[in-house]
Design a protein. Structure first.
Length: 198
């Protein structure tokens, strides 16, 4: 029962992070991801800030950090649930490799992780441009969304590859919302089915 309790702690926190991502990105969609405002009246700084407070140039890197951290926590929670000792790693590729070969974990869950982690699926994903522009791998995102430079302070990350995308970014964040909702549901269902087996 210790494994299921520890697993639940990871899964719950991961799901909490997914909820936050869904809420933030829902506001971005409502606002239309504006970064410039056109109107007949003068728009002061306070009004501009209010009308763009959910725009990608203000929230995208930290929100993507939260999203990818949620994926990490959920993969670790699933690993614990399947009686595997998690290692202290932030490598999304390593975690995904273990999840992908585990036959107990539903394909629907694996597919969601694959869309956002597996290099072969990232070509149709907006994160790919950021990775390519900065010569990063998916495993580098943990640092790239936490700090503005590499560990040696040599390279400043180019966040413009993600920002000021306007309506072009909306399909990507809609995908993240849809996948977050599905991942929450699938994970809760899988956890309940596994705990009931014990």
């Amino acid at each position: 029962m210790g494994e299921s309790h520890q697993s639940l702690a990871f899964l719950t926190l991961g799901i909490n992070f997914l909820n936050l991502v869904e809420n933030i990105f829902s506001e971005t969609i409502k606002q239309g991801n504006a970064h410039f405002i056109i109107g007949d009246e003068f728009i002061d700084e306070k009004s501009y800030d209010q009308k763009t407070k959910w725009s990608d140039f203000r929230i995208l890197p930290p929100t993507l950090f939260i999203f990818y951290h949620a994926l990490e926590l959920i993969m670790k929670g699933l690993e614990i649930l399947e009686n595997h000792e998690p290692k202290p790693t932030h490598s999304l590729n390593d975690l995904y490799s273990k999840i992908r070969i585990n036959e107990q974990i539903p394909v629907a869950i694996k597919n969601i992780f694959g869309k956002h982690i597996d290099e072969k699926f990232l070509s149709s994903n907006d994160i790919k441009n950021f990775l390519d522009t900065n010569a990063l791998s998916i495993d580098d995102l943990y640092e790239a969304f936490r700090y503005p430079t590499d560990k040696n302070f040599n390279e400043v990350y180019k966040y413009l590859a993600l920002k000021y995308r306007g309506r072009k970014l909306l399909p990507y964040i809609e995908l993240i919302i849809e996948d977050s909702i599905q991942l929450r549901r699938e994970t809760v269902s899988f956890y309940r089915s596994r705990v009931n087996e014990f």
